[in-house]
Write a protein that binds this ligand. Structure first.
Ligand SMILES: [Zn+2]
Ligand SMILES: [Zn+2]
Ligand SMILES: [Zn+2]
Length: 252
């Protein structure tokens, strides 16, 4: 199974428009972060987690040509608003693509993006998607996906586990009952917004301490703002914890 980080950035992305801080100005490749998303290729099954506003450029960068499913963590714009660019995949595949999310997220998609859920016309000029509300493990082809209930501030959202890899973005609290779903991980991708605490995200200290509690063999931090310099701050991280970056690939 191959996991590609499509984006490791927070809602504003890095660089931030108009920002003159050193991280935004120097634009080191490891500090250029598009909005948080990842692609998982398990045998031939191709899955994306979230489609933010950078989804089109991410799909082009990684040469994605086929999608079997989209897993949504929650309906914030930086995770959902690239949904229209799924149209290219529906058009190529001449088939509906299934979306998965918790009931809260699916209801939001049905309200804001209702036209993506209509049947196709002969022109396939819109995304043609089907919405599936999930709270227990399900399959995409032969691949088993485990939803991980999380809290993003007061919002109930989902992380996802596929085999021994989990993607937990935009999390401020991991409910006690979700820890057992995270045992035995090889790779954990975990929210790490910035240094200061934030009411809907993990700070760097919180992310490091949760990574130790979860105990994956390797943790990669995601959804970082421009406060985090992936090069200058790398020495703040303990062993087996590292900053993710756009285009990073992990094979498990
Ligand atoms: Zn976000
Ligand atoms: Zn900046
Ligand atoms: Zn969010």
């Amino acid at each position: 199974m191959k996991v590609t980080v499509l984006g490791a950035g927070s809602s504003a992305g890095t660089p931030v428009i108009g920002c003159e801080c050193s991280v935004c100005q120097t634009r080191l490749p490891k500090n250029v972060r598009t909005r948080a998303s990842c692609h998982i290729l398990d045998e031939a099954t191709s899955i994306v987690i979230d489609t933010g506003p950078d989804f089109r450029s991410q799909a082009l960068r990684e040469n994605l040509k086929h999608l079997d499913a989209v897993l949504y963590t929650h309906p914030h714009a930086d995770h959902l608003n690239g949904i229209d660019d799924l149209r290219a995949f529906c058009f190529r595949q001449k088939a509906a693509i299934p979306l998965y999310g918790n009931a809260f997220t699916i209801e939001n998609i049905q309200t804001r993006f209702d036209y993506t859920l209509f049947p196709p016309t002969e022109h396939w000029e819109r995304p043609v998607l089907t919405a599936n509300s999930v709270d227990v493990p399900f399959d995409v082809n032969q691949t088993i996906v485990v939803p991980i209930p999380l809290l993003h501030g007061k919002w109930p959202i989902l992380g996802y586990r596929i085999k021994n890899v989990a993607w937990l973005t935009d999390v401020s609290t991991i409910p006690e009952t979700s820890f057992e779903l995270l045992s035995g991980l090889d790779v954990l991708f975990l929210d790490c917004l910035r240094f200061k605490p934030h009411y809907t995200h993990l700070s760097l200290d919180e992310a490091v301490s949760l990574s130790q509690k979860i105990g994956a063999k390797q943790t990669y931090l995601i959804h970082m703002t421009h406060e985090i310099d992936a090069v200058a701050h790398a020495n703040l991280l303990p062993e087996a914890v590292a900053f993710a970056f756009d285009g990073m690939q992990v094979t498990v």
